[in-house]
Ligand binder design. Structure first.
Ligand SMILES: Cc1ncc(C[n+]2csc(CCOP(=O)(O)OP(=O)(O)O)c2C)c(N)n1
Length: 394
């Protein structure tokens, strides 16, 4: 008798429930807090240049985050989101990829962008929505994207990128490319229907996607334990018939190792893989959020001790690959470089208003043309309210 169902049909004669937590997925840890390696753990193959590039990316985004949050507080940009506490998760995973693997991110993955080569100027131009921004100033800050470095533009609605990643990876497979797609999302986004549709589609159609869930404990103010009852997110991959692994998201060596393995497996077997990274969102959700309303300082302090950057720094120093004094000087220089770039980008003019509707229709529909003319008339009438745009569209 053929069985069209994937479910295993084995027989028992005593009625018994299977526990909701029948499968408890362990967490891979390689690097300890003091920079030493857990006894018995295997350090992934990593050369000095790659390790230092990873460290540079973590350090860069830590400083960028500090600086840009301050810029938002000063009213210089409208919005910002930090990656604080998740630098190892986003950098370690990106470092394990090929430069032509597609990245479909959520919004907190600036580490992956930096590692891929998004320049400081490109970060700034996007954050200031100026005329040099690759997105022509049409997105909120942090909605980065760059075709050149295979980084899909961020979409605000949660979960958008998940089924898109399944489709993109399926096309990579059909074209015979030896590339994969990594899809980042939070544990909160995993509550969206798109998560389930995307994972199921990738599993059934055998698309080589690496689903990378950043489980950082919170979806804005909702703690993960108020959002789901299962053993985290990794077990859901098993439910969809795909391989899964859980890693300590503050341990860059564990993240790197897991992503390297996932990439190899996804390409060799043409299958999706789910990685769940457990870290903690140390900062606020965004510049519009105040976490003191829903979590304690004590909880934050406990996790602050688990700093992914200092852990990796201690390992690099032990390896003899990093000099602490030179490191301090480099971090000061980086801070200055970021500040200088900020001052340049904020003075660059805003994009012309015609870009409000360019790249959408080959020939804009008449109603849009009418609305654009109305807008121009409005700006002409109130030039003081539109100091940058006024006079630039005649
Ligand atoms: C469809 C949709 N619903 C709600 C929101 C509002 N929203 C933005 S971020 C967020 C929390 C997401 O949490 P998580 O996926 O865990 O990622 P994290 O912010 O923790 O990195 C919510 C609810 C949204 N952007 N899109």
């Amino acid at each position: 008798m053929t069985n069209p169902n994937n479910a295993t049909i084995s027989t028992v004669h005593t009625a018994e429930f299977t526990s909701g937590h029948a499968l408890q997925i362990p967490t891979l840890r390689i690097l300890q807090d003091d920079g030493s390696i857990y006894p018995g753990a295997e350090v992934p193959q990593l050369d000095q240049a790659t390790a230092l590039k990873m460290y540079d990316s973590m350090q860069f985004i830590r400083i960028l985050d500090e600086r840009m949050l301050a810029a938002q507080r000063q009213g210089r940009i409208s919005f910002y989101m930090q990656c604080l506490g998740e630098e190892a998760a986003t950098v370690g995973s990106a470092a394990a990829l090929d430069d032509k693997d597609m990245i479909m991110a959520q919004y907190r993955e600036q580490g992956a962008l930096r590692y891929r080569g998004f320049s400081l100027e490109q970060f700034m131009n996007q954050l200031f929505s100026n005329e040099k921004d690759l997105g022509k100033g049409r997105q909120m800050p942090v909605h980065y994207g760059s075709k050149d470095i295979y980084y899909m533009t961020i979409s605000s609605p949660l979960g958008t990128q998940i089924p898109q990643a399944s489709g993109y990876a399926y096309a990579q497979k059909l074209r015979g490319l030896k590339n994969t797609t990594i899809c980042y999302f939070g544990e909160g986004a995993a509550s969206e229907g798109d998560f389930h549709a995307g994972l199921n589609m990738a599993a059934v159609h055998k698309a080589p996607v690496i689903f990378f869930c950043r489980n950082n404990g919170y979806a804005i103010s909702t703690p993960a334990n108020e959002q789901f009852k299962g053993d985290g997110i990794a077990c859901r991959g098993v439910g969809y018939g795909m391989k899964a692994i859980r890693v300590d998201g503050a341990d860059i060596l564990a993240v790197y190792k897991a992503t390297q393995m996932a990439r190899e497996y996804a390409l060799e077997h043409e299958e999706p893989i789910l990685i769940e990274s457990i870290a903690y969102r140390l900062g606020a959700h965004s510049s519009s959020d105040d976490p003191s309303g829903y979590r304690s300082k004590e909880e934050e302090e406990l996790w602050r001790k688990n700093d992914p950057i200092s852990r990796f720094r201690l390992w690099l120093v032990k390896q003899g690959w990093l000099d602490e004094e030179a490191d301090k000087a480099k971090s000061d220089a980086l801070r200055q470089e970021i500040l200088d770039a900020l001052k340049v980008a904020e003075k660059v003019a805003k994009p012309g208003i015609e870009h409000l509707m360019s790249d959408v229709y080959e020939t804009p529909i008449p109603l849009l043309n009418e609305q654009l003319e109305e807008l121009k008339a409005h700006i002409r009438k109130y030039p003081d309210a539109y100091p940058v745009t006024a006079g630039r569209f005649e």
